[in-house]
Design a protein around this ligand. Structure first.
Ligand SMILES: NC(=O)c1ccc[n+]([C@@H]2O[C@H](COP(=O)([O-])OP(=O)(O)OC[C@H]3O[C@@H](n4cnc5c(N)ncnc54)[C@H](OP(=O)(O)O)[C@@H]3O)[C@@H](O)[C@H]2O)c1
Length: 361
């Protein structure tokens, strides 16, 4: 058996991913050194930050593309694991990977054994993992919405957005989502219980957002930047709060400008006039302090049906570059995962090109 891997084929030009950025190679399976285990990848997480790493030169030509995974131990050579154990690891965009102790870019220890009886294993790289903690930190810890306040969440149906909006609802806020396709807007209102959701693609977006927020905006969860942000700014109330989680609309910009600086300059007059607090968010700053509390609360919320989540699961290693580009341009619907190998904890679904999993509590 061979290991199949997507590697960096070239230094990415500015802009969005395109054909020719990645190359699929086959190599012999790696041999675990003493203290290591060989694993096969079950689920691979695709995240916007991965493009930032590549654009920023953190992955060199020929490197296997980085990615966090849920994997199964197949061969143990004196590691802490046994064959059959399901673990959180960072195998990257490939079918197999070795274990090696470390801390990932978000401050999570890996490898780490997962308990398939406590939650579906894919949630370790989704709602119960980094994404969920990001949402929890931004809403719950940084912005602390009060009952009746209006909270706006951009990229509302995505991995972070769906969790952030539901946490704000639990806090008693009135939650307004912004999403792309109308079906995403319908989903966050009908299935996730947001109070309203407006489509950023509508020609009447600015007016729609204003009428969805008749009392202005008290908290803005920023995932996208760009036009959505520009239309949020005039609606910010006095003493409102922003968590600056990300600005995906700028991750493929080609003008060479510093997106963060542009974001701050655009907002500065509104921030000053309305005494807005802006909280930069990096989830790694909350792993030590909040991971345990977050996991306990989120697990309970899911169990009680207060939080639901949707995963967008692509099938097979070959689909990874396409799934990645789709996620960056709004072609995903929920947290983007790729199922690389069989999931021994679930009944096998028919192998379709793409299975959308809608897990409602
Ligand atoms: N600060 C942290 O520690 C941290 C941690 C994790 C993630 N993040 C950030 O959180 C954000 C969401 O990440 P995610 O993993 O949950 O991804 P996601 O929301 O599942 O997927 C990305 C979504 O962004 C939206 N989008 C794409 N292009 C856009 C554009 N030009 N304008 C507006 N929206 C656009 C699309 O939603 P629609 O089609 O619905 O518009 C797309 O579905 C990203 O900015 C990411 O960098 C930050």
């Amino acid at each position: 058996m061979l290991n199949r891997s997507w590697t960096m084929a070239r230094k990415p030009p500015l802009g969005w991913p395109s054909d020719g950025d990645f190359e699929l190679i086959e190599t012999p399976l790696p041999e675990p050194a003493v203290g290591q285990a060989l694993t096969r990848t079950i689920y691979l997480s695709l995240d916007p930050y991965q493009w930032g790493r590549r654009r920023g030169g953190l992955e060199a030509v020929g490197d296997v593309c980085h990615g966090r995974t849920v994997s199964e131990v197949t061969v143990d050579n004196g590691s802490e694991f046994s064959p059959g154990d399901i673990i959180f690891n960072t195998n990257g965009w490939q079918t197999h990977g070795l274990t090696g102790a470390g801390v990932d870019v978000f401050g999570y220890m890996f490898p780490r054994k997962l308990d398939p009886d406590s939650a579906p294993i894919s949630t370790a790289i989704g709602i119960l993992g980094m994404l969920g903690l990001t949402a929890y930190a931004g809403v719950y810890v940084q912005c602390d919405p009060q009952p009746g306040e209006t909270v706006v969440i951009s990229a509302a149906s995505g991995g972070v957005g769906q969790a952030a909006g539901q946490i704000a609802r639990i806090k008693g806020a009135r939650v307004v989502g912004v999403a792309g396709a109308q079906k995403k807007c319908d989903f966050v209102v009908d299935e996730l219980g947001f109070d309203a959701c407006v489509s950023r693609l509508s020609p009447t977006f600015a007016a729609d957002l204003k009428s969805a927020c008749p009392d202005g905006i008290d908290v803005y969860f920023e995932n996208v930047g760009g036009e959505v942000y520009e239309n949020v700014l005039p609606l910010l109330n006095r003493n409102s709060r922003i968590t600056l989680c990300g600005m995906i609309s700028q991750y493929g910009n080609t003008d060479g400008r510093d997106a963060g600086e542009v974001w701050r300059q655009t907002g500065a007059p509104f921030f000053e006039r309305q005494a807005v607090s802006v909280h930069g968010l990096h989830v790694r700053n909350f792993v030590q302090s909040h991971q345990e509390k977050f996991l306990a609360e989120m697990t309970e919320w899911i169990r009680d049906g207060l939080v639901k989540y949707r995963e967008d699961v692509w099938q097979g290693l070959d689909s990874v570059p396409e799934a990645f580009a789709a996620m960056l341009s709004g072609g995903n619907f929920g947290k983007t995962l790729v199922k690389i190998g069989d999931d021994p904890t679930t009944a096998q679904a028919p192998e379709t090109q793409r299975a959308r999993r809608n897990i409602l509590g």
